[in-house]
Design a protein around this ligand. Structure first.
Ligand code: ADP
Ligand code: MG
Length: 673
């Protein structure tokens, strides 16, 4: 047995436990040992009642006597007993649910109870305590508290992890020894052990700090190494000097004034084209901030040199949208083409051969472009829209041409995260919207009265020939449930809420062609309300849609919600976003309130990062960002330290030959950008 052994072969447990573990992405011994507690608590035995801290959890030890069952006046069953401590004082014990161990317990058994201690009417009581018959991993110690998803409880985890903890020695130490020494870090195995079974709370915090450092350090080394090697090994075959006069003329091709942020981003890109190594830049800007036109303008110097541009979009409909704008934008001497999955085989063949001959200047397309047989004559500039929707491999297919890469995203990336995952130099942010946009008026809908008002309002909007997006949450990542959910909401809305309006639906299970058909007819105003899940068609332009309803909005991150509402308010019409909450829970509402007040995606993302942490920020699995368990991204000092160390190690040895364990680890996992 080693840490990569599948869990189900080493622990004895139920099917329900195993299937929940899988849902939690825990498959191997390693995964379980790396499932860290979110906190720790002491179950040291209170020595006397005089000095006990009331109204908090305490651990008491003594003899349990007089156990009995009693019915409350309302008919609820309670368990009651008295606990006689060593000094003969007595504590009253009350259980709301009678623990299993009590069934066969003899009177005067020695027990340890862990529960909240209160004083009422002069009597000390312990409420609903856990019962332990001896000291173990739960009692008389500092114990771990995990995020629980029933049936996986902290108790279950403590016991199973305790049985496997000897295997911590197998975790490779990837931190170079000089770092461990200089920073006085715990060794990896000691740190993992201390996360689950710390000797004291200081040790637990040390462990967490060290593991958090490692997470960031690892990402730093990975991105810095990638960058150094890229810049060292590739020359820029497409060096193009910036021609300021020409840029001025180009700007006049656009029917509006660029915002200052757009101009800055464009300038950065054009400056990058002059450099010795190819550009590798991320362009981040809120939905509607005008990234596309920046990419188009940057393409002009490329096509003028008779080099090629490729612009990739994640969906067919977005590609078509970009194609339509591109045809309008590029002067007629340049040939602009569209290659997507729905193009016929004959057409594809002819497009690919023209591409190879250099007869196409700008190719716009989807994943369909990224096949082995696509050859460019001289691809100099690759633009990837909504970059997180593409895999790393797919992006690198484009990079093999040594082309300049521009990835675009509407996902706001907090500064600390940008520094961590991207390195800060290669990011441009468009942080303003074009003038004249009215911020989307956003309201929380939490009660039936507001719901009724909201529905009335929506009906009025439809009367004014406006259209409505209706977003349902993705309850599960499985497509079937998604489809069912959308279908159920569609039935409810079309039959009960708006029986006189035209409603359609869209979900991930539908075929791309079918989705396109629905989106197109929505754009052509063939129906009023589109019910869909959150995952689809991020950047689609439906200028006439002025209302968005988001169901169960409390399940989403603020940044995500902000991205959704960016689909409306894309012109000068006033738009509205209704955040419907499942259960009006106050804490959630204060979080959501910031959406009513702020329209700054970056600011909202930073709130999310503070309140909910990395994992919740974008639904990490979808975003392709690393999944930090211990690292605190709000700790800028730590980020800087990890970055400095990463730089120092790579400066000494960029290939990491001297650090085989680190090298092996780094080589295993992908680069994020
Ligand atoms: P996104 O950044 O979400 O991809 P788009 O590039 O789709 O945004 O731009 C949204 C809309 O705003 C487009 O219709 C575009 O023509 C328009 N637009 C872009 N920049 C400006 C600007 N500076 N002034 C006015 N309208 C603009
Ligand atoms: Mg866009």
């Amino acid at each position: 047995m080693d840490i990569d052994t599948p869990l189900k072969t080493v622990i004895r447990t139920t099917k329900a436990h195993l299937s929940k573990l899988e849902k939690m992405n825990i498959f191997s011994v390693r995964d379980l040992l790396e499932f860290f507690p979110r906190a720790i608590e002491s179950t040291d035995i209170a020595s006397d009642l005089q000095n006990i801290q009331l109204d908090t959890k305490n651990t008491l030890s003594g003899k349990l006597v007089d156990f009995r069952r009693e019915k409350t006046p309302r008919g609820k069953l309670l368990g009651k007993a008295a606990l006689v401590l060593d000094d003969n004082t007595t504590v009253e014990v009350i259980w709301f649910q009678i623990p299993y161990v009590l069934r066969n317990l003899k009177d005067e058994s020695q027990v340890f109870l862990v529960g909240k201690v209160e004083r009422s009417y002069g009597m000390i009581k312990i409420l609903n305590p856990e019962v332990h018959l001896q000291k173990n991993v739960h009692v008389g110690t500092l114990r771990a508290i995990y995020s629980e998803s029933p049936p996986i409880t902290s108790k279950w985890l403590r016991e199973k992890i305790s049985g496997l903890l000897a295997l911590v020695s197998e975790f490779p130490e990837i931190l170079p020894s000089q770092i461990l020494k200089k920073e006085s870090f715990l060794e990896k195995s000691a740190a993992i052990r201390a996360m689950h079974q710390p000797k004291n709370s200081e040790q637990w915090h040390q462990a967490r700090k060290r593991l958090g450092f490692e997470e960031i350090f690892e990402v730093q080394v990975r991105i810095l190494q990638e960058k150094i090697l890229r810049e060292k090994n590739t020359i820029n075959p497409y060096r193009i000097p910036l021609d300021a006069q020409q840029v001025k003329k180009d700007l006049s091709l656009v029917p509006f004034q660029l915002t200052t942020a757009q101009k800055k981003a464009l300038y950065k890109i054009l400056k990058d084209f002059e450099k010795e190594s190819p550009m590798h830049r991320l362009l981040q800007g809120d939905v509607g901030s005008g990234k596309t036109v920046v990419a188009f303008l940057a393409s002009l110097p490329i096509v003028r040199k008779k080099f090629q541009v490729c612009f990739l979009a994640p969906t067919e409909i977005l590609a078509q949208q970009h194609f339509a704008s591109a045809i309008k934008f590029f002067p007629s001497e340049f040939s602009v083409e569209l290659l997507t999955g729905s193009v016929s085989e004959t057409k594809k063949k002819s497009l690919k051969s023209r591409l190879k001959n250099g007869d196409i200047d700008v190719l716009i397309g989807t994943h369909a472009v990224l096949t082995e047989d696509t050859r460019f004559k001289n691809l100099a500039f690759a633009i990837v829209d909504e970059q997180h929707r593409f895999g790393v491999e797919q992006r690198s297919l484009l990079a093999r041409n040594n082309a300049h890469m521009l990835a675009m995203t509407a996902t706001p990336i907090p500064r600390t995260l940008a520094l961590t995952v991207y390195g800060d130099q290669d990011i441009s942010v468009i942080n303003e919207l074009p003038p004249g946009r009215k911020p989307v008026i956003t309201r929380i809908v939490a009660d039936p009265k507001t719901t009724a008002l909201c529905n009335k309002f929506i009906d009025d909007q439809i009367q004014k020939e406006r259209q409505i997006f209706w977003v349902c949450p993705l309850i599960d990542e499985s497509d079937t449930i998604e489809a069912k959910n959308v279908k159920a909401e569609f039935d409810r809305i079309s039959n009960e809420v708006f029986p006189n309006r035209k409603v359609a639906f869209l979900h991930g299970k539908m075929r791309p062609k079918e989705k396109d058909r629905v989106m197109r007819s929505f754009r052509n105003k063939e129906f009023d309300i589109l019910v869909s899940t959150s995952v689809i068609e991020v950047g689609v332009d439906i200028p006439n849609a002025t209302v968005m309803v988001i169901e169960n909005s409390e399940r989403f991150g603020l940044a995500q919600l902000h991205q959704f509402r960016g689909r409306i308010g894309r012109n000068d019409m006033q738009s509205y976003c209704f955040l419907v909450v499942g259960k009006p829970d106050d804490a959630q509402k204060t979080r959501l309130r910031s959406l009513e007040k702020s329209h700054n995606g970056l600011y909202l993302a930073e709130i999310d990062l503070k309140l909910r942490g990395m994992g919740e920020l974008y639904g990490t699995r979808q975003s392709g960002l690393p999944d930090f368990k211990c690292a605190d991204l709000n700790n800028v000092e730590m980020l800087q330290k990890a970055r400095d160390w990463g730089q120092a190690i790579l400066q000494e040895d960029v290939t990491l030959k001297k650090y085989p364990k680190l090298k092996k680890h780094i080589d295993q996992k992908p680069v994020y950008f």
